[in-house]
Design a protein. Structure first.
Lengths: 391, 208
């Protein structure tokens, strides 16, 4: 027998109150856990996708849209830019690396990206099977695309016009799968990669014989000094605009962050309400238990031991609630991840830990112990003889 | 063994209770008789160190209770005194067996489960060991309370109105049980009651 066993016996003796308190605490902690996981993973994922890309050059429009479409492949492109302008920009001595992207078609909702081998190399992508594309109409599938479409090396598929499902099919121009990328946790997982020439070929045959164009250029600077001059220089040219992924995604997170802060505050309020509930439960329990506590003193328990018992009960309740909340938060994150995966959005998983989670447990424990303080103090102060005499 | 001398309880400036000088030897069985309000329960609480006298001294087993403070007093009580309170006060969320084990646990003594089981067998409560107190009859609950009081083999066993609400047969059975159990651990037994029936089987009596 020890104090923990006695605490558990008391908690078991009031199953409904215990369950409700656990639920309240768990909901609060789960909300905060989910937010921590989702925002951390999203930010991590977005910064990984944007790593090493200092500037995106594309058609004029919203800079955020340009970054969302060219770096994260989430939004529609702002338009196309003349190949000649892009090539001129690539030759600028301040540019170390310039990766062309030609967008316009999709395969079952996955974007077909015309680019060069620098693009997979930039993300350090490895091939799970086959090889990279050489000739036009050869394609390499991202891991998620290959898995969801069930295509292997050697298979053929046709792209659809437009970036969403349901566009006209380019039936005359089937792609041949020559390689499949290993999952890398980057935007490449969701893309179909091919040569820029393939994209041109499809659209020229479809009748659009315009000047050669690409959609965007991902630029890495050769020198940090370029950050000061390059965007202004690009924006000054009539056809192009430059957008910084770091700046635009920070702006995006500031906007989304307000919502996340509100939710976080909501989670905190839930935790505090749960603390209040634990406090009321323990105070009531103390009222029910003044005889038990008096008997324990009668049997030789010190005041400190009784105080410890009450504190332990608050602690046991809050640690259980905290653990349940963290588990629930992970479960919700995994559920959210599955829902997002179905919508082919950036994935969130519940199978990852956030280094801040121990603090959530500490928060929960702190709330539980704080709620138990007054009941514990009362147990400490209680006089035994008069209590034993009533009853 | 138990010596009470010059004890007065003062409430609100006037003497509410003055106990006669009184001494009980080791292993003796005493009956403290008196109407309600005569100070029987106060005497038991004083002897257990649950109350402090306003004046006078109480000695148990050559230990002056005035010299014990705080944790030391609680610890001393847990190891030296067994108490059967009038309202029994078994811990409702613990099983009968756990209620018995609670006594050595809270007194900081080794948890002697075999003693608890022996006691339950002697009191024909073996099959109730896993039950909760609310599943017991009044007589059974009282036997559990007595078993709990003697778990730590106290030197002083105190019982407050152990025969209230009991018919004659159960009244004598309860008193007999207290006597047998206190004899078993060599404890001095003090029974406080207003029940005149008890007189028949106690030779040492103190009237308040």
């Amino acid at each position: 027998m020890n104090l923990a066993q006695i605490s558990f016996a008391y908690l078991r003796a009031r199953p409904l109150a215990t369950a409700l308190n656990l639920l309240l605490l768990a909901l609060g902690i789960a909300t905060i856990t989910l937010l921590l996981l989702a925002t951390a993973q999203l930010e991590e994922r977005m910064s990984r996708d944007a790593r090493g890309i200092d500037l995106v050059a594309g058609a004029k429009g919203s800079p955020m849209q340009l970054v969302l479409s060219a770096v994260y492949h989430l939004d529609a492109p702002t338009g196309n830019i003349p190949l000649a302008d892009a090539q001129a920009l690539s030759r600028n001595p301040a540019v170390r690396k310039a990766i062309p992207l030609a967008l316009g078609d999709s395969f079952r909702g996955h974007r077909i990206v015309g680019t060069n081998h620098d693009y997979p190399a930039h993300y350090g992508a490895r091939l799970a099977a086959g090889r990279l594309w050489r000739d036009p109409m050869e394609a390499v599938l991202g891991a998620e695309v290959a898995a969801s479409a069930g295509l292997a090396v050697g298979a053929t598929f046709t792209g659809a016009h437009g970036l969403s499902d349901g566009g006209d099919m380019h039936e005359q121009e089937p792609f041949k799968v020559v390689g499949i990328l290993a999952p890398g946790g980057t935007v490449l997982d969701r893309l179909v990669l091919t040569s820029v020439e393939s994209v041109w070929e499809i659209h020229e045959h479809a009748g659009a014989t315009e000047r050669r164009e690409i959609t965007a250029l991902l630029i890495q600077y050769a020198t940090p000094l370029a950050a000061a001059t390059m965007p202004r220089m690009v924006n000054a040219s009539s056809a192009l605009q430059a957008a910084s992924p770091a700046y635009e995604s920070a702006r995006l997170f500031r906007m989304v962050g307000v919502g996340a802060d509100v939710l976080r505050a909501f989670g905190l309020v839930l935790v505090l309400v749960a603390g209040l509930s634990v406090f009321i439960a323990l105070l009531n329990a103390l009222e029910d238990r003044r005889y038990d506590l008096a008997v324990m003193r009668m049997l030789g328990a010190s005041r400190a031991k009784l105080m410890g018992l009450m504190l332990l009960e608050g602690a046991v309740l809050s640690v259980l609630g905290g653990l349940a909340g963290i588990a629930l938060g992970h479960l919700c994150a995994e559920g959210l991840g599955m829902a997002l995966k179905a919508a082919q959005q950036t994935a969130v998983t519940g199978w990852a830990w956030d280094p801040r989670e121990p603090w959530l447990l500490a928060l929960s424990l702190g709330v539980g112990v704080a709620a138990a303080l007054l009941p514990a103090w009362r147990a400490y102060r209680a006089d035994v003889a008069p209590v034993l005499a009533e009853g | 063994m138990l010596r009470v001398s010059g004890v007065r309880q003062v409430y609100g400036g006037h003497v509410a209770l003055a106990l006669p000088a009184f001494a009980a030897g080791a292993g003796e069985h005493w009956l403290v008789l008196g109407a309600s309000g005569s100070g029987k329960t106060t005497l038991l609480n004083l002897a257990a160190g649950l109350l402090r006298p306003s004046a006078g001294d109480i000695e148990v087993d050559a230990q002056s209770l005035g010299a014990l403070q705080g944790n030391a007093l609680d610890r001393w009580r847990g190891r030296t005194v067994g108490i059967v309170p009038q309202k029994l006060h078994l811990v409702a969320s613990l099983s009968v067996l756990q209620n018995l084990i609670l006594a050595p646990y809270l007194a900081g003594l080794p948890l002697d489960e075999s003693r608890a089981l022996d006691l339950l067998r002697n009191l024909s409560l073996t099959e109730k060991a896993k039950d909760k107190p609310h599943q017991l009859s009044h007589g059974q609950a009282q036997r559990v309370a007595i078993a709990r009081a003697v778990m730590n083999r106290p030197k002083l066993l105190l019982a407050d109105e152990p025969t209230s609400n009991l018919d004659d047969e159960n009244c004598f059975r309860a008193l007999e049980l207290l006597k047998v159990q206190s004899r078993e651990c060599g404890a001095t037994l003090i029974v406080a009651t207003h029940d005149q029936r008890a007189k028949q089987i106690f030779e040492n009596r103190l009237a308040l």
